[in-house]
Design a protein around this ligand. Structure first.
Ligand code: MOS
Length: 730
């Protein structure tokens, strides 16, 4: 970052949008006031597979206020161009109201548009849909898998057969839904052939491209606005069918249309973390050196799209071993298409892998940290590349010390506190350092204030705040003098707000844009005979608090305001860009070690998490307070994954039976103990100019297995079906 002092980056700034959020002035998708908007309610399929034979809309249309009922019977044929530059899975995306097929329970089959929400809701219940139904196939265990993706090094089968210690373990991981607080919602308004949509999305550009492709119009004819996102965890990474439905309803009725999915509809209308069956065979010698792992990874996908995620990588590079074989298969089912959910792929793979390592430690009567230390690789054995930075050993050591790990009695089921069985467990976390091309606009005005814009999102990590910190330092301004704006497709393009790459990618673009503008100001000053900086070496000029000055002669300088005013420049502006190097020259991951203490009621099987610590090697921490928000939130999510969260399908008709927040359990305050996060000081200069490795995902990965391992240590019983319920422990 040139000579610029780091003043805002690294400080625990409070959210710059915090006041707007707590006073209700942060406008979420459904809250935008659009004149003349009417309301749409989706009618969803009541069977799990088959065909629609009839739709009787007479009663609905007769209901007061109803403007239209749209289904495949009267919807226009939509263009549905392919979207070549998308991140969508292979296959054919769900085409709303284009045919009579029902592909999964809850699929949208019609939409009712009415002048009031109540009218639309009531009329939606009056739409009668007839089906020719067949029994859906929704159970992961009862359907054939597709062709596997494979990986192999060495001869894992022979090495496993010959290993002194062999484990053959199968883990069943429940389907999870994101359940963000804000439901998915869209307002769509046409003006001639151009469309504006206010949407809950984690990818402004992706939603723009998707809707343009669906309607066969240029991307530039679609404007997407999304300044606030009330949580996402990955559910906002696609333009889902309801976005198309809102736009279609607006076009058919000639009115702006607001569509909000109900909590129940979120279980069918957006994706989910797929259910996994993960069989892992582990071979080791008696001292715990791993010789082989064989991974058979199966998870669900839909019948129309093949969703895949990065579940193979942890098994290839987390531990050192000569022999690995993997087969990764998706199982097409009569369900809607899954999508990434926090720590996608890694969270599921690490759940199995990190439980298995703990099981091996128990088998060998070896400390689980010692076992991991003995299998720490010197480089990335999946690619042969060096690690950019990998400080896992330090995560283990610092974590063990701070958690008091070595006070534990290693024998499972031996520590009691009254009726409670006490156990401790730990697990490793990792997530790759993703980066992608991004741009940002930066401007300094003659009044000394700055505006920075980029079409990214803030689903909760605090993008508004952290980008303001980066911009403030690069411009030499106080944070209060910088306004960062996001969430509009008219702003410079960015990658998806996901995969923990926003700070690495968008942050680097913000840095580049602000560096350029500051350099413009410095150039202007050193060439201006009226400037005290005239003739100075531009490389010696730093900017602090909006004042440019020679670093070793700070009296020699002037403010942005003086410089721009005197030169009659209303502003200076620049476009910053970040493009990651084509090839990784190093293996780049964020890492962590997670420690948990649990108490299990010996008679009731209830599990309470008593405390938790995460130690992270995530590169530079731009914003420690926001980092804590991510880390502690990740722990809450992981505790849910381990003990509570489970999307339950009735395989007779394909219905999600707990499609509500009363029956789909997520942790509440009473479930969460003291949580603590520690970040190893340092940065990763190879990863990106800011030196961050990404934090939002790695903080979820490793939490669930740490809890599961603690439950096993407490009880002496190993549960391999997650979440771990009281009934499983009884
Ligand atoms: Mo995250 S699953 O990339 O929103």
């Amino acid at each position: 970052m040139s000579l610029q002092p780091r003043r805002a980056v690294g400080t625990p700034a409070s959210r710059v949008d915090g006041r707007r959020k707590v006073t209700g002035r942060a406008t979420y998708a459904a809250e935008h006031v659009v004149d003349g908007a009417v309301h749409a309610v989706v009618v969803d399929a009541g069977v799990g597979a088959g065909r629609i034979t009839a739709i009787d809309t007479r009663a609905a249309l007769a209901h007061p206020g109803v403007l239209a009922v749209i289904s495949h019977l009267n919807a226009p044929r939509l263009a549905y161009r392919d979207v070549p530059a998308s991140i969508d899975p292979e296959g054919t995306r769900l085409r709303v109201f284009q045919d009579d097929r029902v592909r999964f329970f809850g699929q949208p089959v019609a939409v009712v548009v009415a002048s009031t929400l109540e009218s639309a809701q009531h009329a939606a219940r009056l739409v009668e849909v007839g089906y020719d139904a067949r029994p859906p196939v929704t159970d992961l265990g009862s359907a054939p898998a597709g062709e596997p993706g494979t990986y192999a090094r060495g001869d894992a089968d022979a090495a496993f057969d010959g290993a002194a210690v062999k484990l053959d373990l199968t883990y069943d991981l429940a389907r999870n839904h994101h359940n963000p607080m804000e439901p998915h919602a869209t307002i769509a308004r046409w003006a001639g052939d151009t469309l504006t949509i206010w949407d809950k999305t984690q990818w402004i550009g992706g939603t723009q491209r998707e809707i343009a492709a669906v309607f066969g119009i240029p991307d530039t004819a679609v404007r997407v606005i999304s300044p606030f996102v009330g949580g996402g965890f990955g559910s906002g990474l696609r333009g889902w069918p309801h976005v198309t439905i809102a736009a279609l309803a607006a076009r058919q009725t000639g009115r702006p249309v607001k569509l909000v999915l109900s909590r129940r509809q979120l279980y069918f209308g957006t994706g989910f973390r797929p259910r996994y069956r993960y069989r892992l065979r582990v071979g080791a010698d008696r001292r715990g050196r791993l010789s082989a792992m064989i991974h058979d990874i199966d998870h669900e996908t839909s019948s129309y799209e093949n969703f895949v995620e990065a579940a193979m990588l942890p098994g290839q590079m987390l531990y050192s071993m000569p022999n690995v074989r993997q087969a990764y298969r998706t199982v097409p089912l009569d369900v809607n298409t899954p999508i990434w959910m926090r720590g996608p792929g890694y969270a599921s793979a690490a759940f199995a892998l990190e439980c298995a390592i703990d099981e091996l430690a128990q088998t060998l009567r070896l400390d689980p940290i010692e076992l991991r230390q003995r299998n720490e690789p010197a480089n990335d054995e999946s690619t042969g590349q060096p690690f950019s930075t990998r400080r896992l050993r330090e995560c283990y050591t610092v974590g063990a010390r701070e958690f008091g790990w070595h006070h534990r009695n290693p024998a499972p089921g031996t520590t009691r506190d009254g009726d409670w069985l006490i156990g401790t467990g730990m697990a490793t976390a990792l997530y790759d350092t993703a980066r992608a091309t991004a741009q940002a606009y930066a401007r300094i005005d003659a009044n000394g204030r700055a505006l920075v814009q980029s079409a990214t999102s803030d689903m909760g990590p605090g993008t508004y705040t952290s980008m303001t910190q980066v911009a403030a330092d690069a411009l030499g301004l106080a944070m209060a003098e910088v306004e960062f704006q996001l969430g509009d497709s008219l702003m410079p393009p960015t990658p998806p707000h996901g995969a923990s790459m926003t700070m690495a990618s968008v942050g680097s673009a913000v840095l580049a844009g602000c560096d350029k503008v500051r350099e413009q100001a410095v150039t202007l000053a050193v060439h201006d005979p009226r400037s005290p900086l005239h003739g100075a070496d531009p490389r010696d000029v730093v900017v602090r608090n909006g004042r440019l000055a020679v670093k070793n002669d700070p009296r020699r300088g002037e403010t942005y305001r003086q410089l721009l005013t005197r030169n009659n420049r209303p502003h200076l502006e620049a476009l910053g860009a970040f493009t990651p190097a084509e090839e990784h020259r190093a293996s780049m991951y964020a890492y962590g070690a997670v420690f948990a203490e649990v108490a299990v009621d010996a008679r009731l099987g209830l599990v309470r998490v008593r405390r938790m610590l995460g130690v992270y090697d995530a590169g530079r921490i731009v914003s420690p307070k926001l980092a804590d928000s991510q880390a502690l939130g990740g722990m809450v999510g992981g505790i849910g994954q381990a003990l509570l969260e489970h999307t339950v399908t009735d395989h007779r008709d394909g219905r999600v039976v707990n499609a509500n927040l009363a029956d789909y359990l997520v942790p509440v305050n009473a479930d969460i103990p003291d949580l603590r996060a520690i970040y190893l000081d340092g940065d990763d200069p190879q990863a990106n100019p800011i030196g961050v490795k990404g934090l939002g995902e790695v903080v979820l990965v490793g939490v669930a297995p740490a809890v599961a391992n603690a439950v096993s240590h407490a009880t002496g019983r190993r549960i391999r079906s997650f979440p771990i319920t009281a009934e499983a422990l009884l």
